[in-house]
Design a protein around this ligand. Structure first.
Ligand code: NDP
Length: 300
């Protein structure tokens, strides 16, 4: 298959490239193609922008993972605009190219996140849950999904990835948490009862490949393990695996003061279940958090 991939240099994208690069022909959209070659190797093509493309006739599939990191900087109005523009404008441009193609790619897989569900406490959520929410993550994801779904027609199927907290050593939330937990300074946040819907990086990549290969898949999919946990359970499991105490607790007000609105990513959460992936035959390798942590932390 000939695949156009955006975000291929990122945490998830670079793992995906490792799995796809010898069996498929990959073109990576990267703002820095030289860095992309250095990171990913030379047996792929890296392009700096979509400006020179008039259509997507030569591609069989597009996978769209690019976007300004959501949890790196405080959510000022300017940063919110960067988070939105980097996703919405790029996805709009891809949809435009789909529309300009005589032979459009048959598959469009595009990012989203479980932030789509907003904060729903302990309520179990699946792809059919109806959400009315005015939080920033919901607004980002809702519009991002709506734009991507415009590419859907009788020729092109669109899958959107409502991605949970991806855990792996090379990036994402776990990489940020590990230094404190390794020092025995980690612990739950706020009352620790907020839900964390996590997914192992290997299952994340396998699920994207499952959606790529299964022609009947379309629409929104939750990419989360079947066993979400509370923030407290997550912290305890990580501390146990590292053989460190789990004594500290970060009060919500400290995070709210330090991070502003962005603290809601940690002090809030959602209990999301992968109803569609499980129902359509995807097998998770890492269903339990202890097993996932063991693989990630012992593999090194
Ligand atoms: P990363 O932040 O690791 O990588 C995203 C890639 O997007 C980067 O490698 C970069 O590529 C490109 N990018 C970054 N900023 C911008 C920008 N301002 N404009 C255009 N492109 C930009 O993301 P992940 O791999 O962790 O995640 C992939 C997608 O999945 C993201 O959209 C993310 O929001 C979503 N997601 C991830 C979760 C996670 O736990 N990791 C959870 C939920 C959703 P380059 O520098 O080469 O251009």
């Amino acid at each position: 298959m000939k695949i156009l991939l955006t975000g291929g240099t990122g945490f998830i994208g670079s793992r995906l490239v490792k799995h796809l690069q010898f069996s498929h022909e990959l073109t990576i959209l990267s703002r820095n193609p030289i860095r992309a070659y250095q990171k990913l190797g030379h047996n792929l093509l890296a392009i700096p922008s979509l400006k020179d493309l008039n259509n997507l006739n030569e591609y069989d599939a597009v996978i769209n993972l690019a976007g300004e990191p959501i949890a790196n900087k405080r959510w000022t109005e300017q940063q919110k605009k960067r988070i939105c523009d980097s996703r919405w404008a790029l996805t709009e441009r891809l949809v435009e190219l789909f529309e300009q193609s005589e032979q459009a790619p048959e598959t469009f897989i595009s990012g989203s996140a479980i932030g789509y569900y907003g904060e729903q406490g302990q309520q179990a959520l699946d792809e059919t849950s109806i959400i009315e929410d005015d939080s920033f993550p919901h607004q980002v994801c809702k519009t991002w999904e709506q734009i991507a779904l415009k590419a859907a027609n009788e020729h092109t199927r669109v899958c959107v990835l409502r991605t949970g907290v991806v855990i792996g050593i090379e990036g994402g939330a776990l990489a940020k948490m590990l230094p404190a937990f390794r020092l025995g300074l980690g612990g739950p946040v706020a009352d620790g009862q907020q839900q964390m819907s996590w997914i192992h990086i290997s299952d994340m990549v396998d699920a994207i490949i499952f959606l790529l290969n299964n022609q009947q898949c379309h629409g929104a999919y939750n990419l989360t393990s079947p066993n979400p946990v509370t923030n407290q359970q997550f912290s305890q499991a990580l501390s146990k695996q590292l053989k460190r105490p789990c004594l500290f607790r970060a009060p919500a007000w400290v995070l709210n003061t330090a991070m502003g609105e962005m603290a809601s990513l940690i002090t809030g959460g959602q209990k999301v279940l992968p109803k569609r992936l499980s129902g359509e035959g995807f097998n998770f390798r890492y269903k339990e958090l202890d097993h996932a942590f063991k693989e990630i932390l012992l593999r090194r």
